[in-house]
Design a protein around this ligand. Structure first.
Ligand code: UD1
Ligand code: UDP
Length: 375
């Protein structure tokens, strides 16, 4: 029987970043790669995978509206455990830092199946920031046999925690592979009738729920009033808590488009169409520099400091006056804008999936072309 790899995803970002790995592994008929979704996300996961022509081979379909962390954890753990018993894989792959990632790695550990952790080693200095993602990724690292770090900084974090150098590889982020794959085929055209600038806002993080998110919304509404050529586009995360905070403040303005989340194929073009992006999303922070679009990060800390150090992203927090002022500067000061608008990614070269494929297949005794590690 062929060696079997089970790749597990559950949310929009882990689907986007797992999909190109699955496509790469499926080029090698010596192994079988099965895609499992916990269904932690439903519509948003389907949208993400469809950009790659993929659908899960198994879908645990666990999502309920307003789900708690404990509900996601217990339902996913039972479902993944049953599947691992049935599929008996040689390896499990889990991506990132969602509850699905944590549970997938735990379930594999309990069944003594080795885990490869994609996007390993992102860290802040507090286990509860971001909550619960910092815990999820640290826990996944504890039980993983292979750590696929997106950057050398992430690899250093892992080594500092005691992971062996022999198990830790700097691959680049598979999200950059995904981005290149999709940008090359997407044909979406956004707001051709609008001749002015587009500012894009996404916000969904738990630590910004409530007053912070309302403050962000008030700041960007003021920004639109201050700049008559600006169209603000706000794709709404499906989480009802996010919608309740944003909709009352952002609704009813003719230059604010509050829209359903576009699928990944279209969203990539929306990022390209934007002059400025304000976000608390991890994935969007990583993607925007590829297109040379400056990013203001709506958080007080980030586990992705590479963009800030490269000068393509700026950490501004959620204080409304600061968000407004930093946005104004970029919309009025050409030099400040040009300094940030550099099309270079500190997160990868779009070959992360090839590196992961080489390392994993080597573990399985299957030869395949080697790619030098990302630096
Ligand atoms: C989750 C992740 C977070 C990640 C984010 C990406 C955890 C604990 N959180 O947060 O790390 O950054 O996804 O988007 O893993 N919903 C739908 N349809 C969907 C998706 C969500 O209706 O397709 C609604 C449901 O009511 C669901 C709620 O959103 O109960 C929350 O989903 P959940 O995955 O628990 O949390 P997120 O905030 O999406
Ligand atoms: N994304 C998307 N549609 C949207 C918003 C985001 O396809 O309306 C993509 C985005 O390009 C990135 C990923 O979703 O690849 C990020 O997901 P999200 O912000 O939900 O999660 P995070 O990265 O913060 O965990």
């Amino acid at each position: 029987m062929k060696p079997r790899i089970v790749a597990i995803c559950g949310t929009r970002p882990d689907a986007i970043k797992t999909a190109p790995v699955v496509l790469e592994l499926r080029k090698y008929p010596e192994v079988e790669c099965i895609l499992v979704s916990t269904g932690q996300h439903r519509e948003m996961l389907a949208q993400a995978l469809s950009a790659f022509g993929l659908a899960p081979d198994y879908d645990l379909d666990i999502m309920v509206h307003g789900q708690t962390l404990a509900q996601v954890t217990t339902r996913a753990l039972e479902g993944i455990d049953s599947l691992l018993e049935k599929l008996k894989p040689q390896w499990v792959l889990a991506q990132g830092d969602t509850t699905t990632t944590f549970v997938a790695s735990l379930a594999a550990f309990y069944r003594q199946v080795p885990v490869g952790h994609i996007e390993a080693g992102l860290r802040t200095d507090r286990i509860d920031r971001p909550f619960p993602e910092e815990f999820n990724r640290r826990a996944a690292a504890l039980v993983s046999r292979l750590h696929f770090a997106p950057t050398s900084r992430a690899a250093e974090n892992l080594i500092r925690e005691g992971m062996s150098a022999a198990s830790t590889f700097v691959t680049g982020n598979t999200g950059i592979d995904a981005l290149h794959h999709v940008a090359a085929i997407s044909e979406a055209e956004w707001f051709p009738e609008h001749k002015g600038r587009v500012v894009l806002l996404t916000t969904h993080r738990r630590e910004n729920w409530g007053e912070s998110q309302k403050g962000i919304a008030s700041a960007v509404r003021q920004l639109v009033d201050d700049f008559s050529d600006v169209l603000l586009v706000v794709p709404m995360h499906r989480n009802p808590i996010v919608r309740e905070a944003l909709e009352p403040i952002l609704g009813g303005h003719d230059r604010i488009k509050v829209i359903e989340p576009p699928d990944y194929m279209d969203f990539v073009k929306l990022m390209q169409r934007s002059t400025l992006i304000l976000t608390d999303s991890g994935g969007v922070q990583e993607e925007a520099p590829t297109f040379g679009v400056p990013v203001l990060v709506l958080r007080n800390t980030t586990e992705r400091p590479e963009g800030v150090h490269a000068g393509v992203a700026k950490l501004v927090g959620t204080e409304p006056t600061v968000v407004l002022n930093e946005s104004r500067i970029l919309l009025t000061d050409d030099d400040a804008y040009k300094a940030m608008a550099q099309a270079r990614s500190p997160y990868g070269d779009a070959r992360a999936c090839e590196r992961i494929r080489f390392i994993l297949l080597r573990e399985l005794g299957v030869e395949s072309p080697e790619v030098p590690m990302w630096t």
